[in-house]
Write a protein that binds this ligand. Structure first.
Ligand code: SAM
Length: 237
């Protein structure tokens, strides 16, 4: 499939939704939870705040945030695909005390009011958008001045440096030798080969920082995680 094609991306995530969480735990050895907690730490969620999780998928990060917002606050989880949202909904029904709502929509054009949120997260979403620059602009638009955002995703190491070259080789090995074969056992090899294809067009750290600055963020820092295999873009509107 063509990376960034909105229709194909939606179909892809609809098709992997039933296995998504299981594969995420397996392929990251549970570490995606640690990286998501790092995104939450940057956001510093506080009771009463209104937060948004863009590209929320099956909703684990939105629920993690919701637990920190009572009393008075809430999280809106937004995703383009119906199947992951249905799983998110089932999850939140089991924890009815958590203030979270789900909405199907496009992270590039949410239609939500400007400056409506105190903070935002986007985990493994930016790489899947048709264009990362407009994605960061919409993210910025949704935040009040001073609001924080955390954008977590795979990092694209720079092979020009020895450390970057090592991380890039390891990442390629990981994607080809572990991710795709494991996904094959679940009948989803093509869906997970998309990961490497999507990374090839994903801006590197410095380019992400430049895009975030042009989107109007006043504080911008890309922090490599896990030896540069993942990255956390820390932003202040
Ligand atoms: C890799 S999943 C990440 C899900 C979740 N945030 C997580 O970290 O587990 C990417 C999600 O982005 C969603 N997505 C892709 N393009 C989107 C768009 N234009 N608007 C909203 N969601 C989108 C997909 O449907 C999918 O659920």
């Amino acid at each position: 499939m063509k990376p960034g094609d909105p229709h194909a991306v939606r179909e892809l995530f609809d098709s992997i939704a039933p296995r998504y969480d299981q594969l995420n735990d397996l392929l990251s050895l549970g570490l995606h939870r640690v990286w998501k907690r790092q995104a939450v730490r940057w956001l510093q969620p506080a009771p009463g705040q209104q937060l948004i999780d863009l590209c929320c998928g099956t909703g684990d990060l939105a629920l993690l945030l919701a637990a920190k917002l009572r009393p008075g606050g809430s999280v809106l989880g937004l995703d383009a695909a119906a199947a992951p949202l249905a799983i998110a909904q089932q999850r939140s029904v089991r924890q009815p005390w958590l203030p979270v709502r789900w909405q199907q929509g496009d992270a590039l054009a949410t239609g939500l009011a400007t400056g409506r949120f105190d903070g935002a997260v986007m985990a493994y979403g930016l790489r899947n958008l048709n264009a990362p620059g407009p994605g960061l602009q919409e993210l910025r638009r949704l935040l009040r001045p001073g609001g924080r955002a955390a954008v977590l995703d795979f990092n694209r190491p720079d092979p020009a440096t020895p450390a970057g070259a090592a991380a890039a080789s390891f990442q390629q090995l990981y994607l080809r030798r572990l991710v795709v074969p494991a996904a094959r056992r679940f009948g989803l090899p093509e869906q997970y080969s998309y990961l490497e294809a999507s990374l090839e067009r994903f801006p590197r750290a410095a380019d992400q920082e430049a895009l975030a600055r042009s989107a109007g963020f006043t504080h911008v820092r890309h922090r490599p995680l896990m030896g540069g295999l993942m990255g956390l873009l820390q932003l202040v509107a």
